[in-house]
Design a protein around this ligand. Structure first.
Ligand SMILES: Cc1cc2nc3c(=O)[nH]c(=O)nc-3n(C[C@H](O)[C@H](O)[C@H](O)COP(=O)(O)OP(=O)(O)OC[C@H]3O[C@@H](n4cnc5c(N)ncnc54)[C@H](O)[C@@H]3O)c2cc1C
Length: 174
């Protein structure tokens, strides 16, 4: 979708894992600024981190997830492949062992990929942070959500991270 930012000024995403990153990608079409706050330190590398579910595990990116990622980030499947990800028909390449026997392989028509979770997240994060209106602040735990007294304004968060506090303050003044 073309960038449609927007009627809306700013969006805050708490958590910079896969859901947070993909949410930020979608919001970037509708908000002038999108800020992601992530508790873990995050570097520009495919590294494992504490808050990453399934970190250091092999990750099966199922067919629909791959379709959605390709829509959001054209060519990302080529980046996955170039980095060593495995791609294939799910019915053909998965060895499915159940109830004491291997299931028969078949052509399902569903194309999926397999790679490590840090590798997947690194590529998605790189694409999201290339968007001019998306910022990620890492090492920033959100402690609390605070609404304005009239509950009319967007929620703001209270964090000990100085950079985050400064940015949130400036966002409130927009
Ligand atoms: C062993 C295992 C194997 C799996 N295998 C697969 C698989 O093969 N394929 C598949 O599709 N799915 C798999 N999953 C599921 C998949 O990992 C999860 O669905 C996915 O991680 C959910 O992503 P998320 O972004 O919603 O949440 P999470 O990955 O839990 O991310 C939450 C993020 O928020 C951050 N955060 C938390 N609290 C705060 C705070 N207070 N302030 C700021 N940031 C905060 C965390 O650091 C983290 O980055 C597996 C899960 C496990 C546990």
């Amino acid at each position: 979708m073309a960038n449609q930012a927007s009627n809306h000024k700013q969006a805050l995403v708490i958590g910079g894992s896969l859901t947070g990153l993909l949410t930020a990608r979608e919001l970037s079409d509708h908000f002038e600024k999108v800020l992601i706050l992530e508790r873990d330190p995050v570097h520009a590398a495919p590294e494992s981190r504490k808050g990453q579910a399934q970190t250091r595990h092999l990750h099966g990116l199922l067919a629909n997830g791959l379709i959605i990622m390709k829509e959001y980030f054209p060519g990302i499947d080529d980046e996955f492949k170039a980095g060593g990800a495995f791609i294939g028909d799910m019915g053909e390449f998965i060895h499915w062992y159940q109830y004491g026997a291997h299931r028969i392989k078949f052509k399902s028509g569903f194309i999926s990929m397999s790679m490590s979770r840090p590798f997947l997240e690194f590529h998605v994060r790189r694409r999201v942070l290339n968007l001019p209106n998306v910022t990620l602040i890492d090492a920033c735990a959100v402690n609390e959500l605070v609404t304005s007294p009239d509950r009319n304004k967007s929620s703001v968060c209270d964090s000990q991270n100085v950079q985050a506090r400064t940015m949130l303050k400036s966002m409130k003044q927009i």
